[in-house]
Design a protein around this ligand. Structure first.
Ligand code: GRG
Length: 296
């Protein structure tokens, strides 16, 4: 576990440096917009999606440096989704990543634009980098742009948010389907994008996709558990909001103990998927365990 901690710390500092370098700045980007985008990116966060992206590239024997632009793009998109989700028109939250939300400090209009900027710059970054006209690299980049667009778009995260916004109680299948889109799709895209940039075979990419889909479900189950058991200070966001809003959650449908067991069963299925392509000894399963054992 200590070894994983060191791995996560090293990856986070490389990702943080790459994110700062990738953020647009003046004069091309107006200073107030650049400041707003930077505020939400440097506020922190676990960097789960970029870490998964890099670890997947490594798992298939690839060079993780080739996956770094996609890793940063995924964190840009994730951060945009949090900024927009926190807006008064959506979840109306005032605390995120332990800081006041962006619309509280910069105003709603600027928060909307910062989210728009991060989303758009994510695709510009993946189109631009890694540089080079080698045909295999160009083909991988194009495939990854499609994967990330599908995960972030209407069949993925944005579609899931629309289902959530529609409201109303969801049964077990409905809840699972909503989360598979809203949070699972970007987590899957993070892992598969890394595997593609790392030059994985179709079999490896498919196994990593199946494992990441289990990680996504486990992530959401634990997110719901932490909303019940966690403290706002440690979570860096408002705890207890789901119950207060009367939302369908895993603990509400199954209780806390069964929810936790379901999350650990996701890890068993992920392990089987990875083992089918001899990927069980990679970092990916350790990252899955971290998702389930985390406290924020
Ligand atoms: C507004 C288009 C649009 C989409 C929003 C993902 C999402 C869709 C909203 C976030 C709402 C939310 C809190 C969902 C629960 C799961 C989740 C994505 C938690 C935050 O992700 P973490 O824990 O955050 O990876 P950090 O800050 O660590 O990066």
């Amino acid at each position: 576990m200590n070894d994983l901690k060191q791995y996560l710390t090293a990856r986070r500092s490389a990702i943080d440096a790459a994110l700062l370098a990738a953020l647009p700045g003046p004069p091309a980007c107006p200073a107030n917009l650049a400041d707003a985008m930077r505020y939400s990116i440097v506020a922190g966060g676990k960097r789960l999606r970029p870490i998964l992206c890099l670890a997947s590239a490594e798992a298939v024997g690839g060079d993780s440096a080739l996956a770094m632009p996609a890793a940063c793009a995924l964190e840009f998109i994730h951060t945009y989704s949090l900024i927009h989700d926190d807006l008064p028109a959506m979840d109306n939250d005032t605390l995120r990543r332990g800081q006041p939300t962006l619309h509280v400090v910069a105003g709603e209009g600027m928060a909307i634009l910062a989210g728009d900027g991060l989303l758009t710059e994510a695709f510009a970054l993946m189109a631009r980098e890694p540089r080079g006209d080698d045909s295999s690299l160009v083909a991988r980049k194009a495939r990854v742009i499609g994967i990330v667009a599908a995960g972030a778009g209407t069949a993925g995260m944005v579609g899931g948010q629309a289902i959530d916004l529609t409201g109303g109680p969801l049964d077990a299948d409905g809840l699972r389907g909503m989360h598979a889109r809203k949070t699972g799709a970007l987590i899957r895209a993070s892992a598969t994008a890394g595997a593609v940039m790392g030059g994985g075979t179709d079999g490896q990419i498919e196994a990593i996709d199946r494992a990441a889909s289990e990680f996504g479900l486990a992530f959401q189950i634990i997110d719901d558990v932490l909303d019940v058991e966690g403290a706002s200070a440690e979570l860096g966001k408002t705890a207890g909001k789901d119950a207060a809003a009367g939302k369908s959650t895993y603990p509400a449908l199954y209780g806390l103990d069964i929810s936790k067991r379901m999350a650990s069963e996701c890890l068993d299925r992920a392990a089987a998927a990875l083992a089918s392509m001899n990927l069980a000894d990679s970092r990916l399963l350790q990252i899955g365990r971290w998702i389930v054992e985390r406290s924020n």
